[in-house]
Design a protein around this ligand. Sequence first.
Ligand code: SAH
Length: 348
Amino acid sequence: MLDIKSLTLEELREEMEKLGEKSFRAGQIFQWMHEKLAESFEEMTNLPLSLRQKLSDHFQYTGAKLVNMQESAIDGTRKYLFEFGDGSLVESVWMKYKHGNSVCISSQVGCRMGCTFCASTLDGLERSLLPSEMLEQVYAITRHTGERVSNVVVMGTGEPLDNFDNLLRFLSLLTDEKGLHISQRNVTVSTCGLVPKMRELAERQLQITLALSLHASNDEKRRKLMPIANSYSISELMEACAYYFERTGRRITFEYSLVGGVNDSKEDAQELSGLIRELNCHVNLIPVNPIKERSYVQSEKNAIQAFKNKLEKNGINVTIRREMGRDIDGACGQLRRRQKALQQEVAK
Ligand code: SAH
C-alpha cells in the first residue's frame, strides 16, 4: 500500500484524481496529516465517512508508538523510543533551548557505517526509514509535549545520506509551508562524509546546515575511527565542503568527538586548524560518550579546553557541545539497544 504521509501535495492530488475524488480533498488531507498532525483517517472529520474508508483501504498511515520516554531531571531533555508497524525501534531526542525546542531524529534503523565509537552501528543496518517515519518522530514529540518544534537535527541513529531520496522528501515535507513549516535554516543534517551525496545535496541548494563528522585531522587516524575514511580522503571531504558552501552560502559545521589519547592533543588541534582554516565553518567539539562495547575514554577537561583554545588562536569558530540530559544518557543508540535486549530476553 502507498505510504500516504510520504506523498507531496502534488502527488496527493494525483492520487485523489485516480480515486475519482475532487482535488481539493488533497489539501484537506495534507493539512490533517502535516499541520494538524492527525493520528488516523478517522480524525479527519471534514471528510465524508466514505472517503475516510476509501483512504484506509488504499493507503498505509504511518504512526509511531511510544515505547519508552526518559526525562532528564537536570535540563528537561527527553529521550523517546518509538516503534513502527514492523517492530522497528528508533530513538529521538527532545531538547529545550532558550531559542526554541529542538528534536534530534533517526534516519535509519541501525547503521552500516561502522564508526568504532558509536553504539548505533554495533548490529549493522536493519533498514532505512521512510520519509513519513522521519516526520512522525517530530510529529509524535510535538503531540506529546504540546509544544512547537523549531529546530530539527538529523543526527540520531543512521547515516542520512545513505537514505538520500527519503531524506530529501522528508526535508521537503518538514519545511512545507502547508505542514509544520520549519525553516530550512533551522534544519541540520549530519553525515560521516559520503562525498558524492554531499555534492548532490549541494546541487539542491537547500538552506539547511550540513554537519560533517570529521573526528580526526589526518586520514590515518580517521581510518582507525571511521571505516568510511577508507573510501574518501579528508582532502576530498574538504573539497566537498567548500563546494557545499559555494552552492548554498551555508557555513559548514564540523563535528569532532574528542577521544582521550586518540585525537585530542594540541598537535591534533594544530593539524585540524590547517585543514579547515580556509573554510567558512564552525567546529563543534563533542566529548566522546563512552560505550561499554569499546574501550574509548573521554578527554580530560583541560585537554578539551586546550584543544578549543588552540583552534580559537588559529581564528576558528568553535564551541564545546553542552552535554544535554547527562543523567538519562548512555550514548546515542543505547536506549534502543537496551529495549531490544529486553525483548530478546522475554522472547526466550
Ligand atoms: N551518521 C551521521 C549522523 C549520526 S551520528 C554522522 O556520522 O554524522 C551523530 C554524531 O554523533 C556524529 O558526529 C557521530 O560521529 C557522533 N557520535 C556517535 N557516537 C558517539 C559517541 N559515542 N560519542 C560522541 N559522539 C558520537
